[in-house]
Write a protein that binds this ligand. Structure first.
Ligand code: DSN
Length: 416
């Protein structure tokens, strides 16, 4: 960072502060992680200087001798890791990836059916504020009010009623494993294309601790920066028969030139994700989530679905008499970073809902295990019990810092 320091001391100082923040806080936003030094270096490489509209062997600019190799390598690694027939590694992030899928298969006004946003779905699965809800007839399925689980019979009934062109599975805040076989059957019954957005759990799929949607879905999208622990980007995996439609939709349909530095960093992350140590990482992410869920419930917290099978959990704070936002802000002061989140059938507003969402990908990357989950649960309980006690929050923040010092985060090992 020496050149940044010389040229722009303001940004240099802010980057350093962010390094410090990431090193000394327990980061529990379920969609965040720490990438390796190798991924960081590749993201910051000279590949950022290149334009390469098109695809390997068919570009609109010259000078692609190296970039074509980079992109082919990223594609091959993704195919090998996920067993996909075709992969596009160019989407800038998850939202453009999902929009590209819609562009490939839908006309404006066509019907899509996805999980409702307040029930754990994603904005781009048809929320009315998103392009997916504005340009298409977006219908949604909800969780079962009794169990907080997906109810496949009611999804089937909804699909039969609205006859979607695309049935979407995937979520940002659902702590359970999805039944891809059942979704596939429903899609077939109504003649829909079956799309899975595995952004949140693709690292778990890569690590072999979550069923893969690839054998069931026509199209699978994923970001690369969540549990998969790569740079900020996305991929679309699909059956060979849809390859051309998907590639055309990404470029020139939705995007211009791919971010080649990101493509290269995705390739690095995919190589890492194919290793035995990543498989061990994925196993630990799930073990940590389960240990934390159990500890939180033992501390009197209400977990949606009474636990978790993946990397995240959703806590309903109604019985603690504190809103999700107030809790998230107090926890942030205490060095525990997560987000407030609506719970299914939330009576409160989305900007100040009843719940908090938390995940274990980032803290597992720094080496936390089950023992640390008990400590984290106790920290959370202490904060929620007395969220306005600034002295207490400060003390916990110091204890969090001390704990984090024993677990240097990837890419931040230089910070002590
Ligand atoms: N914003 C991401 C998340 O936090 O889940 C999803 O795109």
């Amino acid at each position: 960072m020496e050149s940044v320091k010389d040229i722009d001391p303001d940004i240099y100082a802010l980057v350093k502060q962010e390094e410090q923040r990431q090193a000394e806080k327990i980061r529990m936003i379920a969609s965040e992680n720490y990438v390796s030094q190798a991924v960081l270096q590749t993201t910051g490489s000279v590949l950022t200087n290149k334009y390469s509209e098109g695809y390997a062997g068919k570009r609109y600019y010259e000078g692609q001798q190296i970039i074509d190799q980079v992109e082919r390598l990223a594609i091959q690694r993704a195919k090998d890791l996920f067993g996909a027939e075709h992969v596009n590694v160019q989407p800038y992030s998850g939202s453009p990836a999902n929009i590209a899928v819609y562009l490939a298969f839908l006309n404006p006004g066509d019907t899509i059916l996805g999980m409702a946003l307040p029930h754990g779905g994603h904005l781009t699965h048809g929320a009315h504020v998103s392009i997916s809800g504005r340009y298409f007839n977006a219908q949604s399925y909800e969780l079962d009010p009794e169990t907080g689980l997906l109810n496949y019979e009611s999804i089937r009934a909804k699909a039969k009623a609205v006859r979607p062109k695309i049935l979407i599975a995937g979520h940002s805040a659902y702590p359970r494993i999805l039944d891809f076989q059942k979704f596939r059957e429903i899609a077939d019954e109504v003649g829909a294309l079956f799309m899975v957005d595995m952004a949140h759990f693709s690292g778990l799929v890569a690590g072999g601790v979550h069923p893969s949607p690839v054998p069931y879905a026509d199209v699978v999208t994923t970001t690369t920066h969540k549990s998969l622990r790569g740079p900020r980007g996305a991929m679309i995996l699909c059956r060979e028969q849809y390859a051309q439609a998907i590639d055309k939709a990404v470029f020139p349909g939705v995007q211009g030139g791919p971010h080649d530095n990101t493509t290269a960093a995705i390739a690095v992350a995919l190589k890492e994700a194919a290793s035995e140590s990543f498989r061990e990482y994925a196993r630990q992410v799930v073990k940590n989530a389960k240990a934390l869920a159990d500890a939180l419930m033992a501390n009197g917290f209400t977990l949606i679905t009474n636990g978790t099978e993946n990397h995240l959990m959703l806590v309903d704070l109604t019985n603690k008499n504190i809103s999700g936002k107030k809790a998230a802000k107090a926890l942030d002061k205490a060095g525990i970073v997560l987000n407030y989140n609506a719970v299914p059938f939330d009576k409160r507003k989305p900007f100040d809902p009843s719940g908090i969402r938390m995940g274990t990908p980032a803290l597992t990357s720094r080496g936390f295990k089950e023992k640390e989950m008990l400590i984290v649960s106790d920290f959370i309980a202490e904060v929620i019990a007395d969220p306005e006690n600034e002295g207490n929050l400060q003390r916990i923040a110091e204890e969090v810092k001390a704990l984090c010092r024993n677990f240097p985060a990837p890419g931040l090992e230089h910070i002590r």
